[in-house]
Design a protein around this ligand. Structure first.
Ligand SMILES: Nc1ncnc2c1ncn2[C@@H]1O[C@H](COP(=O)(O)OP(=O)(O)OP(=O)(O)O)[C@@H](O)[C@H]1O
Length: 361
Protein backbone atom coordinates (compact mmCIF):
# COMPACT_ATOMS: atom_id res chain seq x y z
CA UNK A 1 0.00 0.00 0.00
CA UNK A 2 1.41 3.42 -0.91
CA UNK A 3 1.99 5.76 2.00
CA UNK A 4 1.55 9.26 0.60
CA UNK A 5 3.15 10.90 3.64
CA UNK A 6 6.54 9.36 4.02
CA UNK A 7 9.32 9.50 1.45
CA UNK A 8 11.38 6.34 1.75
CA UNK A 9 13.98 7.68 -0.70
CA UNK A 10 14.60 11.34 -1.28
CA UNK A 11 17.18 13.08 -3.46
CA UNK A 12 17.59 16.73 -2.58
CA UNK A 13 19.36 19.00 -5.08
CA UNK A 14 21.65 16.18 -6.14
CA UNK A 15 24.34 16.83 -8.74
CA UNK A 16 26.93 14.31 -9.84
CA UNK A 17 30.06 15.18 -11.79
CA UNK A 18 32.60 12.82 -13.32
CA UNK A 19 35.58 15.16 -13.87
CA UNK A 20 34.11 18.07 -15.81
CA UNK A 21 31.10 16.10 -17.00
CA UNK A 22 27.86 16.76 -15.15
CA UNK A 23 25.96 13.46 -15.29
CA UNK A 24 23.14 14.55 -12.89
CA UNK A 25 21.94 18.14 -12.64
CA UNK A 26 20.15 19.41 -9.56
CA UNK A 27 17.91 16.37 -9.18
CA UNK A 28 15.03 16.41 -6.70
CA UNK A 29 13.07 13.18 -6.28
CA UNK A 30 10.77 11.93 -3.58
CA UNK A 31 9.84 8.25 -3.69
CA UNK A 32 6.93 7.15 -1.50
CA UNK A 33 6.93 4.10 0.70
CA UNK A 34 5.37 1.10 -1.06
CA UNK A 35 5.27 2.49 -4.57
CA UNK A 36 6.50 1.03 -7.84
CA UNK A 37 8.58 3.95 -9.06
CA UNK A 38 10.29 3.87 -12.46
CA UNK A 39 13.08 6.03 -13.81
CA UNK A 40 12.99 6.12 -17.57
CA UNK A 41 15.06 7.88 -20.20
CA UNK A 42 17.42 7.30 -23.11
CA UNK A 43 20.88 5.78 -22.77
CA UNK A 44 23.26 7.98 -20.80
CA UNK A 45 20.56 10.11 -19.14
CA UNK A 46 21.77 9.18 -15.65
CA UNK A 47 19.47 6.35 -14.57
CA UNK A 48 22.17 3.99 -13.30
CA UNK A 49 24.10 6.82 -11.66
CA UNK A 50 20.95 7.79 -9.75
CA UNK A 51 20.41 4.18 -8.65
CA UNK A 52 24.04 3.84 -7.54
CA UNK A 53 23.72 6.94 -5.36
CA UNK A 54 20.61 5.48 -3.69
CA UNK A 55 22.43 2.16 -3.14
CA UNK A 56 25.53 3.95 -1.85
CA UNK A 57 27.88 2.62 -4.57
CA UNK A 58 28.42 6.18 -5.74
CA UNK A 59 28.16 9.58 -4.07
CA UNK A 60 26.57 12.89 -4.95
CA UNK A 61 29.00 15.70 -5.75
CA UNK A 62 26.43 18.11 -4.33
CA UNK A 63 23.18 17.61 -2.45
CA UNK A 64 22.12 14.59 -0.44
CA UNK A 65 20.28 11.28 -0.59
CA UNK A 66 17.88 10.65 2.30
CA UNK A 67 16.61 7.20 3.28
CA UNK A 68 13.48 7.26 5.46
CA UNK A 69 14.21 10.87 6.35
CA UNK A 70 17.87 10.40 7.35
CA UNK A 71 20.82 11.65 5.30
CA UNK A 72 22.54 8.57 3.86
CA UNK A 73 25.62 10.33 2.51
CA UNK A 74 27.89 8.66 5.05
CA UNK A 75 26.13 5.28 5.29
CA UNK A 76 27.99 2.50 3.39
CA UNK A 77 25.97 0.31 0.97
CA UNK A 78 25.86 -2.76 3.24
CA UNK A 79 24.32 -0.73 6.08
CA UNK A 80 21.51 0.66 3.90
CA UNK A 81 18.23 -1.18 3.98
CA UNK A 82 18.36 -1.37 0.20
CA UNK A 83 19.05 -4.25 -2.22
CA UNK A 84 19.76 -4.25 -5.93
CA UNK A 85 18.80 -6.62 -8.74
CA UNK A 86 21.01 -6.31 -11.80
CA UNK A 87 20.37 -7.04 -15.45
CA UNK A 88 22.93 -9.88 -15.48
CA UNK A 89 21.43 -11.64 -12.40
CA UNK A 90 24.81 -11.79 -10.57
CA UNK A 91 24.08 -15.27 -9.19
CA UNK A 92 27.01 -17.27 -7.79
CA UNK A 93 27.64 -19.90 -10.52
CA UNK A 94 29.15 -22.53 -8.21
CA UNK A 95 26.22 -22.47 -5.74
CA UNK A 96 22.80 -24.13 -6.05
CA UNK A 97 19.60 -22.09 -6.25
CA UNK A 98 19.03 -22.83 -2.55
CA UNK A 99 22.49 -21.65 -1.50
CA UNK A 100 22.30 -18.53 -3.66
CA UNK A 101 19.07 -17.46 -2.00
CA UNK A 102 20.22 -18.50 1.48
CA UNK A 103 23.49 -16.57 1.17
CA UNK A 104 22.37 -13.17 2.59
CA UNK A 105 20.87 -14.90 5.65
CA UNK A 106 23.96 -17.08 6.21
CA UNK A 107 26.08 -13.92 6.24
CA UNK A 108 23.86 -12.58 8.99
CA UNK A 109 24.14 -15.84 10.93
CA UNK A 110 20.39 -16.47 10.90
CA UNK A 111 19.54 -19.92 12.47
CA UNK A 112 19.47 -22.81 9.96
CA UNK A 113 15.79 -23.69 10.41
CA UNK A 114 14.73 -20.13 9.83
CA UNK A 115 16.96 -19.92 6.75
CA UNK A 116 15.27 -23.00 5.27
CA UNK A 117 11.73 -21.76 5.77
CA UNK A 118 12.56 -18.27 4.47
CA UNK A 119 14.40 -19.59 1.38
CA UNK A 120 11.43 -21.79 0.48
CA UNK A 121 8.96 -18.96 1.15
CA UNK A 122 11.02 -16.62 -1.03
CA UNK A 123 11.37 -19.11 -3.89
CA UNK A 124 7.63 -19.88 -3.72
CA UNK A 125 6.87 -16.22 -4.31
CA UNK A 126 8.64 -16.43 -7.67
CA UNK A 127 7.43 -20.02 -8.44
CA UNK A 128 10.97 -21.45 -8.22
CA UNK A 129 10.63 -23.73 -5.17
CA UNK A 130 10.88 -26.80 -7.45
CA UNK A 131 14.44 -25.92 -8.44
CA UNK A 132 16.32 -25.86 -5.12
CA UNK A 133 19.20 -28.11 -6.20
CA UNK A 134 19.78 -26.75 -9.68
CA UNK A 135 22.84 -24.67 -10.44
CA UNK A 136 22.38 -21.34 -12.25
CA UNK A 137 23.75 -22.70 -15.54
CA UNK A 138 20.84 -25.18 -15.61
CA UNK A 139 18.27 -22.34 -15.59
CA UNK A 140 16.77 -20.17 -18.33
CA UNK A 141 17.26 -16.39 -18.26
CA UNK A 142 13.80 -15.82 -16.79
CA UNK A 143 14.37 -18.45 -14.11
CA UNK A 144 17.73 -16.93 -13.16
CA UNK A 145 16.08 -13.54 -12.80
CA UNK A 146 13.40 -15.08 -10.53
CA UNK A 147 16.12 -16.56 -8.31
CA UNK A 148 17.94 -13.21 -8.23
CA UNK A 149 14.67 -11.58 -7.14
CA UNK A 150 14.12 -14.17 -4.39
CA UNK A 151 17.67 -13.55 -3.13
CA UNK A 152 17.21 -9.78 -3.17
CA UNK A 153 13.92 -9.97 -1.27
CA UNK A 154 14.86 -12.56 1.35
CA UNK A 155 16.42 -10.02 3.69
CA UNK A 156 13.25 -7.89 3.46
CA UNK A 157 14.83 -4.62 2.35
CA UNK A 158 12.86 -1.40 2.58
CA UNK A 159 13.73 -0.58 -1.01
CA UNK A 160 14.53 -2.83 -3.95
CA UNK A 161 16.47 -1.21 -6.77
CA UNK A 162 16.11 -2.91 -10.15
CA UNK A 163 18.52 -1.92 -12.93
CA UNK A 164 16.99 -2.99 -16.27
CA UNK A 165 16.35 -6.48 -14.83
CA UNK A 166 14.44 -7.75 -17.88
CA UNK A 167 16.50 -6.33 -20.72
CA UNK A 168 18.33 -9.61 -21.42
CA UNK A 169 15.06 -11.52 -21.91
CA UNK A 170 13.15 -12.07 -25.13
CA UNK A 171 9.82 -10.34 -25.75
CA UNK A 172 7.45 -13.04 -24.39
CA UNK A 173 9.53 -13.84 -21.34
CA UNK A 174 9.84 -10.16 -20.66
CA UNK A 175 6.07 -9.77 -20.66
CA UNK A 176 5.68 -12.74 -18.32
CA UNK A 177 8.34 -11.36 -15.96
CA UNK A 178 6.65 -7.95 -15.98
CA UNK A 179 3.52 -9.63 -14.59
CA UNK A 180 5.61 -11.51 -12.00
CA UNK A 181 7.29 -8.27 -10.88
CA UNK A 182 4.08 -6.32 -10.60
CA UNK A 183 2.31 -8.99 -8.51
CA UNK A 184 5.39 -9.57 -6.41
CA UNK A 185 5.73 -5.89 -5.59
CA UNK A 186 2.11 -5.73 -4.39
CA UNK A 187 2.54 -8.93 -2.37
CA UNK A 188 5.74 -8.00 -0.54
CA UNK A 189 4.78 -4.31 -0.20
CA UNK A 190 8.39 -3.17 -0.70
CA UNK A 191 9.24 0.04 -2.55
CA UNK A 192 10.57 -0.81 -6.02
CA UNK A 193 12.77 1.68 -7.87
CA UNK A 194 12.88 0.37 -11.39
CA UNK A 195 15.15 1.52 -14.18
CA UNK A 196 14.28 1.00 -17.79
CA UNK A 197 14.76 2.67 -21.15
CA UNK A 198 11.52 0.99 -22.29
CA UNK A 199 8.73 3.53 -21.93
CA UNK A 200 5.99 0.91 -22.50
CA UNK A 201 7.31 -1.16 -19.62
CA UNK A 202 7.40 1.90 -17.36
CA UNK A 203 3.80 2.83 -18.28
CA UNK A 204 2.42 -0.63 -17.60
CA UNK A 205 4.28 -1.38 -14.35
CA UNK A 206 4.58 1.84 -12.42
CA UNK A 207 2.61 3.83 -9.87
CA UNK A 208 4.74 6.84 -10.84
CA UNK A 209 7.41 7.52 -13.42
CA UNK A 210 10.34 9.96 -13.54
CA UNK A 211 11.45 10.89 -17.06
CA UNK A 212 15.07 12.03 -17.43
CA UNK A 213 17.25 13.28 -20.25
CA UNK A 214 20.92 14.30 -20.10
CA UNK A 215 20.93 14.27 -16.29
CA UNK A 216 17.87 16.55 -16.05
CA UNK A 217 14.52 15.48 -14.64
CA UNK A 218 11.78 16.50 -17.08
CA UNK A 219 8.67 15.24 -15.31
CA UNK A 220 7.42 13.01 -12.50
CA UNK A 221 3.88 11.69 -12.47
CA UNK A 222 1.50 8.76 -12.77
CA UNK A 223 1.54 6.90 -16.11
CA UNK A 224 -1.70 8.69 -17.08
CA UNK A 225 -0.31 12.13 -16.21
CA UNK A 226 2.90 11.50 -18.13
CA UNK A 227 1.07 10.17 -21.19
CA UNK A 228 -1.92 12.51 -21.25
CA UNK A 229 -0.23 15.69 -19.99
CA UNK A 230 3.45 15.65 -20.99
CA UNK A 231 5.14 18.84 -19.82
CA UNK A 232 8.01 19.01 -22.29
CA UNK A 233 8.46 18.20 -25.96
CA UNK A 234 10.96 15.51 -24.96
CA UNK A 235 8.47 13.72 -22.68
CA UNK A 236 5.74 13.92 -25.34
CA UNK A 237 8.05 12.30 -27.90
CA UNK A 238 9.71 9.75 -25.63
CA UNK A 239 6.64 8.36 -23.86
CA UNK A 240 4.43 6.88 -26.56
CA UNK A 241 4.16 8.42 -30.00
CA UNK A 242 3.20 12.02 -30.43
CA UNK A 243 2.68 14.63 -33.11
CA UNK A 244 4.59 17.72 -32.08
CA UNK A 245 3.76 20.90 -33.94
CA UNK A 246 5.85 23.99 -33.26
CA UNK A 247 4.40 27.46 -32.94
CA UNK A 248 3.37 30.09 -30.39
CA UNK A 249 0.47 30.99 -28.14
CA UNK A 250 -1.61 33.98 -29.16
CA UNK A 251 -3.86 34.00 -26.10
CA UNK A 252 -4.36 31.51 -23.26
CA UNK A 253 -5.88 28.81 -25.50
CA UNK A 254 -5.12 29.93 -29.06
CA UNK A 255 -2.16 28.28 -30.77
CA UNK A 256 -0.73 29.29 -34.15
CA UNK A 257 1.85 27.01 -35.72
CA UNK A 258 4.90 28.24 -37.66
CA UNK A 259 3.13 27.05 -40.81
CA UNK A 260 -0.09 28.90 -39.97
CA UNK A 261 -2.25 26.17 -38.41
CA UNK A 262 -4.63 27.72 -35.88
CA UNK A 263 -5.88 25.52 -33.08
CA UNK A 264 -7.81 25.85 -29.86
CA UNK A 265 -5.96 24.11 -27.06
CA UNK A 266 -6.17 23.19 -23.41
CA UNK A 267 -5.28 25.90 -20.89
CA UNK A 268 -1.55 26.70 -20.48
CA UNK A 269 -1.46 29.90 -18.49
CA UNK A 270 2.14 29.35 -17.29
CA UNK A 271 3.55 29.29 -20.83
CA UNK A 272 2.49 32.74 -21.98
CA UNK A 273 6.06 34.11 -21.85
CA UNK A 274 7.63 31.28 -23.93
CA UNK A 275 8.90 32.34 -27.38
CA UNK A 276 7.89 28.99 -28.86
CA UNK A 277 5.83 26.10 -27.65
CA UNK A 278 4.60 22.88 -29.20
CA UNK A 279 1.23 21.28 -29.23
CA UNK A 280 1.34 17.53 -28.73
CA UNK A 281 -1.48 15.52 -30.29
CA UNK A 282 -1.42 11.75 -29.78
CA UNK A 283 -1.93 9.69 -32.97
CA UNK A 284 -5.06 8.02 -31.58
CA UNK A 285 -6.72 11.41 -30.95
CA UNK A 286 -6.88 12.39 -34.63
CA UNK A 287 -10.02 11.76 -36.68
CA UNK A 288 -10.69 11.90 -40.41
CA UNK A 289 -14.39 12.63 -40.10
CA UNK A 290 -15.77 15.85 -38.64
CA UNK A 291 -19.10 14.22 -37.60
CA UNK A 292 -18.46 14.95 -33.94
CA UNK A 293 -18.79 18.71 -33.35
CA UNK A 294 -16.23 18.69 -30.51
CA UNK A 295 -13.49 18.14 -33.13
CA UNK A 296 -13.14 21.84 -33.95
CA UNK A 297 -9.46 21.87 -34.91
CA UNK A 298 -8.64 21.13 -38.52
CA UNK A 299 -5.18 20.13 -39.75
CA UNK A 300 -4.75 19.99 -43.52
CA UNK A 301 -2.20 17.45 -44.66
CA UNK A 302 -1.27 15.15 -47.52
CA UNK A 303 -1.23 11.39 -47.25
CA UNK A 304 2.21 9.72 -47.29
CA UNK A 305 1.83 6.04 -46.33
CA UNK A 306 0.04 3.40 -44.29
CA UNK A 307 1.65 0.88 -41.94
CA UNK A 308 -0.27 -2.21 -40.84
CA UNK A 309 0.16 -3.52 -37.27
CA UNK A 310 -2.55 -6.17 -37.04
CA UNK A 311 -4.91 -4.72 -34.42
CA UNK A 312 -4.59 -1.24 -35.89
CA UNK A 313 -2.88 0.66 -38.64
CA UNK A 314 -0.89 3.85 -38.67
CA UNK A 315 -1.36 6.47 -41.34
CA UNK A 316 1.40 8.98 -42.03
CA UNK A 317 0.58 12.44 -43.39
CA UNK A 318 2.64 15.57 -43.96
CA UNK A 319 1.30 18.96 -42.86
CA UNK A 320 2.07 22.33 -44.45
CA UNK A 321 5.16 22.93 -42.27
CA UNK A 322 6.68 19.60 -43.43
CA UNK A 323 6.13 17.77 -40.11
CA UNK A 324 5.09 14.14 -40.39
CA UNK A 325 1.76 13.51 -38.68
CA UNK A 326 0.88 10.04 -37.43
CA UNK A 327 -2.67 8.90 -37.04
CA UNK A 328 -3.57 5.61 -35.40
CA UNK A 329 -6.69 4.05 -36.76
CA UNK A 330 -8.48 1.19 -35.06
CA UNK A 331 -9.74 -1.64 -37.26
CA UNK A 332 -13.36 -0.65 -36.67
CA UNK A 333 -12.87 3.01 -37.64
CA UNK A 334 -13.61 2.10 -41.24
CA UNK A 335 -10.94 1.25 -43.73
CA UNK A 336 -10.73 4.48 -45.67
CA UNK A 337 -7.90 4.18 -48.18
CA UNK A 338 -5.93 7.17 -49.41
CA UNK A 339 -3.59 7.51 -52.32
CA UNK A 340 -0.15 9.02 -52.00
CA UNK A 341 -0.20 12.82 -52.21
CA UNK A 342 -3.99 13.04 -51.56
CA UNK A 343 -5.09 16.06 -49.49
CA UNK A 344 -6.85 15.08 -46.27
CA UNK A 345 -8.29 17.12 -43.38
CA UNK A 346 -7.59 15.74 -39.92
CA UNK A 347 -9.60 16.86 -36.89
CA UNK A 348 -8.90 16.98 -33.16
CA UNK A 349 -10.47 18.37 -29.99
CA UNK A 350 -9.01 21.28 -27.98
CA UNK A 351 -8.43 18.99 -24.98
CA UNK A 352 -6.33 16.68 -27.17
CA UNK A 353 -3.92 19.50 -28.08
CA UNK A 354 -1.61 19.56 -25.07
CA UNK A 355 0.72 22.54 -24.95
CA UNK A 356 4.28 21.58 -24.10
CA UNK A 357 7.45 23.56 -23.52
CA UNK A 358 10.42 23.31 -25.78
CA UNK A 359 13.18 22.11 -23.51
CA UNK A 360 16.68 21.69 -24.80
CA UNK A 361 18.99 19.79 -22.51
N1 LIG B 1 32.46 6.35 -13.72
C1 LIG B 1 32.17 7.20 -14.71
N2 LIG B 1 33.10 8.06 -15.21
C2 LIG B 1 32.80 8.94 -16.17
N3 LIG B 1 31.57 9.09 -16.72
C3 LIG B 1 30.60 8.28 -16.27
C4 LIG B 1 30.83 7.30 -15.24
N4 LIG B 1 29.65 6.66 -15.00
C5 LIG B 1 28.74 7.19 -15.82
N5 LIG B 1 29.30 8.17 -16.59
C6 LIG B 1 28.60 9.00 -17.59
O1 LIG B 1 27.47 9.59 -16.98
C7 LIG B 1 26.34 9.58 -17.86
C8 LIG B 1 25.18 8.84 -17.21
O2 LIG B 1 25.49 7.46 -17.12
P1 LIG B 1 24.47 6.36 -16.60
O3 LIG B 1 25.16 5.04 -16.60
O4 LIG B 1 23.89 6.81 -15.31
O5 LIG B 1 23.36 6.41 -17.74
P2 LIG B 1 22.08 5.48 -17.98
O6 LIG B 1 20.92 6.38 -18.14
O7 LIG B 1 22.01 4.44 -16.91
O8 LIG B 1 22.45 4.81 -19.37
P3 LIG B 1 22.16 3.32 -19.96
O9 LIG B 1 20.68 3.26 -20.22
O10 LIG B 1 22.97 3.31 -21.22
O11 LIG B 1 22.64 2.35 -18.94
C9 LIG B 1 26.84 8.93 -19.15
O12 LIG B 1 27.16 9.95 -20.08
C10 LIG B 1 28.06 8.15 -18.74
O13 LIG B 1 28.99 8.05 -19.79
Amino acid sequence: MINQEQAVVELRQVSKRFGNYEAIKDLNLSIRRGEFFSIVGPSGCGKTTTLKMIAGFDHATEGAVYLSGTSANHIPPYKRNVNTVFQNYALFPHMTVYDNVAYPLKLRKVPKNEIRSRVIESLKMVSMDQFLDRSPNQLSGGQKQRVALARALISKPEVLLLDEPLSALDFHLRQEMQRVLKHLQREVDITFVYITHDQGEALSLSDRIAVMKNGVLHQVGSPEEIYEMPQTSFVAGFIGKSNLIKGRMEGPTRFVSDAGLQAMTNEASNLSGEPHVYISVRPEKLRISKDDERYVNRLSAVFVEETYYGADRELTFREAGGTHILMKQQKDDGNVKFSEGESVDLFFRPEDAVIVKEWRS
